[in-house]
Design a binder for this molecule. Structure first.
Ligand code: 5GP
Ligand code: ZN
Length: 113
C-alpha cells in the first residue's frame, strides 16, 4: 500500500505527530495554510468519507472530539477554528485517506467554496 497517510501511521515517513490513540493520529500539515493546521486521520485506511461504513460513523465523532481537544491545546478554541473534510475530486481531496483539517490562528476566509 503506497498511501502516504498509512505510511505516516506506520512511521515509515516522518511527521510531526501531536496526538495519537488506538483509533486516530493527528499531525501538522506539511504545507500549512494557517498558523495552526493539523490533520486528524483514522489509523485504518478509509479512502474518503464516501467509503465510511455506517458502523464506522462514530469514528467521525471521535475525530471531532480529538480536534476540539487539540484546538484547546493549540490555544485557538476561544478565538475560533474550522474543521474541514474534503471528499473526492470535486471536493478537493488530494490524499485518498480520510482526514479532517483543523485550521485556526488567523481570521479565515468567509468563503466555504
Ligand atoms: P486534502 O486536499 O486531501 O484535503 O489535503 C491533504 C493535505 O495533506 C494537504 O493540506 C497537504 O499539505 C497535506 N499533506 C500531503 N502530504 C503530506 C505529508 O507527507 N505530510 C504531511 N504532514 N502533510 C501532508
Ligand atoms: Zn491510507
Amino acid at each position: 500500500m503506497d498511501c502516504i497517510f498509512c505510511q505516516i501511521v506506520d512511521c515509515k515517513i516522518p511527521s510531526d505527530i501531536v496526538y495519537q490513540d488506538e483509533e486516530v493520529i493527528a499531525f501538522r500539515d506539511i504545507n500549512p495554510v494557517a498558523p495552526a493546521h493539523l490533520l486528524i486521520i483514522p489509523k485504518k485506511h478509509i479512502p474518503s468519507l464516501t467509503h465510511l461504513a455506517e458502523a464506522e460513523t462514530p469514528l467521525i465523532g471521535h475525530m471531532v472530539k480529538v480536534a476540539n481537544q487539540l484546538a484547546r491545546k493549540e490555544g485557538i478554541a476561544e478565538s475560533g477554528y474550522r474543521l474541514v473534510i474534503n471528499s473526492g475530486e470535486q471536493g478537493g481531496q488530494l490524499v485518498p485517506h480520510l482526514h479532517m483539517h483543523l485550521l485556526g490562528g488567523r481570521r479565515l476566509s468567509d468563503a466555504i467554496g
